[in-house]
Write a protein that binds this ligand. Structure first.
Ligand code: PLP
Length: 371
């Protein structure tokens, strides 16, 4: 990223765009989806997804999986979209059967889109998108499928074409190993058609202008040039050097080791269904009477390790160990040691729970449980 800023209407920049867009398609396993990059955070890409394909007064179905699913539903409501939340317990992912039931009950096809978070960052739940897609297909309902991959992109396998996702929402700051500041939409042909009928006024986030400028390798306004240099490099690291299957396997391995440590400490993981355990973060439930924020503060102060806070309904009840992006076994082992020491200092009798995690990381049979 430490590259001089080039003229974003010059040939060197056009070359950058021409290298990045196909690699992004390769990352999300799509042949011909449009890759739209904005100078924005993930929230901008949320808004862009909705305002390009929906219209004020539309209805959408949102699977509640935690704080971020609800925040996306709130954003929809603020835009004048009616968001029907499928209530969740914050311990399970999007329920394909319930989504199908709601769609079947919608004989008049009033529901314009189904919105699901691939990975819910607040609760460490990875929803089964393939099963959700099958459930939607089984109903024959034409709703668009909108998916947030902010905390799964480039870390957990995602199949844009196979799952017939219409708009994917992503951001630069997690699995892509970049600083914050770039929002992403991956757009299907069906979504592009829908965007032509959308009645939302839009300008900055309008896909059409971006797609047209991209044809020449450019953007309609100043792009986040440094982030794009970084993106080209991170895509090459994963697609050409590590190999994306290995990137996913590394995340699966580190996540499994983390879960083994949590069990070793005698503690519980928030998600209930092993099919939905996240490979990018692990939420750890505190024993009764222990405030997770106090444990986090001890671990930060004493060991300089920052853990994720419990958000919304689970505030004070969980902390989250993030294990995504540029991370290897040694770094994770250091984090798990810090957590174990912090638990002990906080009066939680965690024993030597990291032992099974280290055992697992050192054992070649680990390969057997990968993706
Ligand atoms: N979606 C998910 C799953 C997230 O985890 C986040 C933020 O962490 C967002 C959306 C919002 O992204 P941003 O904070 O970049 O606006």
């Amino acid at each position: 990223m430490d590259h001089q800023i080039v003229d974003h209407r010059g040939p060197e920049f056009a070359q950058l765009t021409r290298e990045i867009l196909p690699m992004m398609r390769e990352l999300v396993k799509s042949k011909d989806a449009h890759v739209i990059l904005y100078p924005s955070s993930g929230t901008g890409a949320w808004q862009a997804a909705l305002s390009n394909v929906l219209s004020p007064g539309d209805r959408v179905l949102v699977a509640e999986t935690g704080q971020f699913s609800n925040a996306w539903a709130d954003l929809a409501e603020k835009l004048g979209i009616e968001a029907d939340l499928i209530p969740g317990d914050w311990r399970t992912g999007a329920d394909p059967d319930e989504i199908a039931r709601r769609l079947r009950a919608d004989g008049g096809h009033k529901i314009a889109a189904v919105m699901v978070l691939h990975n819910e960052t607040s609760t460490g739940i990875t929803s089964r998108l393939g099963d959700v897609r099958e459930a939607i297909d089984a109903t024959g309902h034409p709703a668009l499928f909108l998916v947030d991959t902010v905390s799964s992109l480039a870390s957990i396998d995602y199949r844009h074409d196979e799952w017939k996702v219409d708009v994917m929402v992503g951001g630069s700051q997690k699995g892509l190993m970049l600083p914050p500041g770039m929002g992403i939409n991956i757009v299907s042909r069906k979504a592009l058609e829908a965007s032509k009928k959308s009645r939302f006024p839009r300008s900055y986030f309008d896909w059409q202008a971006i797609i047209e400028a991209n044809l020449e390798g450019f953007y309609p306004y100043t792009p986040p040039t440094s982030l794009l240099y970084g993106l080209r490099e991170s895509l090459k690291m994963m697609l050409r050097e590590e190999g994306i299957a290995n990137t996913f396997a590394r995340h699966a391995r580190l996540a499994e080791a983390t879960r083994r440590a949590v069990r070793g400490w005698g503690l519980e993981i928030l998600p209930r269904d092993p099919r939905e355990f996240s490979n990018t973060l692990t939420p750890v439930v505190m024993p009764d009477g222990v405030d997770s924020d106090k444990v986090r503060a001890v671990i930060l102060d004493r060991f300089d390790v920052s853990l994720g806070i419990g958000l919304g309904r689970v505030k004070g009840k969980i902390f989250r160990i993030g294990h995504l992006g540029s991370l290897n076994e040694t770094m994770l082992a250091g984090v798990l040691c810090a957590v174990q020491m912090g638990l002990r200092l906080s009066g939680v009798n965690a024993g030597n729970g990291i032992e099974p995690a280290l055992e697992y990381l050192a054992n070649p049979e680990r390969e057997a449980v990968l993706v």
